[in-house]
Ligand binder design. Structure first.
Ligand SMILES: [Zn+2]
Length: 385
């Protein structure tokens, strides 16, 4: 009898909880939840650079981004990992689904055998339209080979087989448009704030995005395989610029979301602008730049983009001897790049495919007392005359 009364009480309590309007929070009062996913971790280092590892860079950026969002907006931030631990790909998506997140942002760092590639790209889920994009997805998905029973868990998905990726053709999905919008905000902020080469908004079959039921993107914050970019990503100012660019994109996205939901923006969060001009550079383990290249092929460590795309740079100095990176010849300018042309070490600044941008950069360099600075161009890594 007592038990029966107790059960009745429990039922009543549950009934009240479910049906009392004051307990049911309206959609509009729900906080905006964003899940930030630092790629790799623990036994999985991700891509390995000359002095740093992808998993650590991803985590740094994820934590910095999360802090910016928590400090400046009313959104709730959930991390898939906050320390150096291994988290399975499926679990990352499950965390986002369980917390009914409005957005999923996965942070990664790119790598290629060709060390000259640099720049940022942001992916949404979809079928890769180029071999290059497919390669990025294959490399990122290969993480599952470190998981137990991955074949059962991912229903026979083989991260290395191109055929496995056909399924992504059907996965354009309802969140495609929103994901692409956010991805383009991210890329635009990267290009303007971080002065990174913009490799664009892309699609590919990332397993970590496949199982999320909300708009989701995967950001490649730069190439750890490129020495100059690896150094940049490891500087405090580089990390600050990268994380605040993603933050700004998040704010833009959230405003769109609120306008759609409520017809107005409920909270205007401050955008953060980063002056990236004087980027401090982390200690380069190699003091003097060495190269064995003797032809006019660019040994640039920071740029090489799509096939047949012309990349412009400003040549500021040429020297028969290699200069130290803190040489007074650079007049305090950081992120100076170089290539070897016959006996000359030619030092350059900036890299873009936009001719107007390089023209205004050239003016800046002349103003900075590089009187003889001039524009040079590269195609497929080769210096053009
Ligand atoms: Zn990765």
């Amino acid at each position: 009898m007592k038990l029966c009364l107790f059960l009745k009480g429990v039922f009543l309590a549950v009934f009240i909880l479910i049906f009392t309007p004051s307990v049911v929070i309206g959609q509009n009062n729900n906080p905006f939840v964003v899940v930030i996913d630092a790629g790799h971790g623990g036994k999985d280092p991700g891509a390995i650079g000359s002095f740093s590892r992808e998993k650590n860079l991803n985590l740094d950026i994820a934590l910095k981004l999360g802090k910016l969002i928590t400090d400046h907006t009313d959104a709730t931030v959930i991390y898939t990992r906050k320390s150096d631990v291994f988290v399975e790909l499926n679990e990352r998506a499950a965390i986002a689904n369980r917390s009914k997140a409005n957005l999923f942002i996965s942070i990664h760092t790119n790598a290629l055998k060709s060390k000259s590639y640099s720049g940022t790209e942001t992916y949404s889920l979809g079928l890769a339209r180029s071999e290059e994009n497919l390669e990025v997805a294959k490399r990122e998905n290969a993480v599952i080979l470190l998981e137990d029973n991955y074949s059962t868990r991912y229903e026979g998905f083989d991260p290395n087989s191109t055929e496995s990726y056909i399924i992504f053709e059907m996965m354009q999905g309802q969140y495609m448009e929103q994901s692409i919008n956010l991805a383009s905000y991210v890329q635009r902020n990267f290009a303007s704030q971080c002065k990174r080469i913009n490799r664009g908004v892309k699609q590919a079959g990332f397993l970590v995005l496949r199982n999320t039921s909300m708009p989701s993107i995967l950001i490649e914050i730069g190439y750890i395989s490129n020495r100059a970019e690896e150094r940049y990503l490891n500087t405090e100012s580089g990390k600050k610029a990268i994380s605040s660019s993603i933050y700004n994109a998040f704010v833009e996205y959230k405003e769109d979301y609120e306008k759609k939901l409520n017809g107005k923006i409920t909270q205007r969060a401050e955008m953060i602008s980063v002056d990236n001009e004087e980027t401090e550079v982390a200690e380069d383990p190699v003091e003097t730049i060495k190269t064995t290249e003797t032809t006019a092929v660019s040994k640039s460590r920071s740029t090489e983009t799509k096939k047949n795309e012309t990349i412009y740079k400003i040549q500021i100095i040429a020297s028969v001897k290699p200069l130290k990176k803190n040489s007074s010849e650079f007049k305090g300018l950081k992120n100076v790049d170089y290539f070897k042309d016959k006996k000359w070490y030619k030092y350059t600044y900036g890299a873009t495919s936009d001719y107007n941008e390089i023209k205004s950069l050239k003016k800046k360099m002349v103003d900075k007392k590089f009187k003889n600075a001039f524009i040079i161009s590269f195609k497929n890594g080769k210096l053009l005359n």
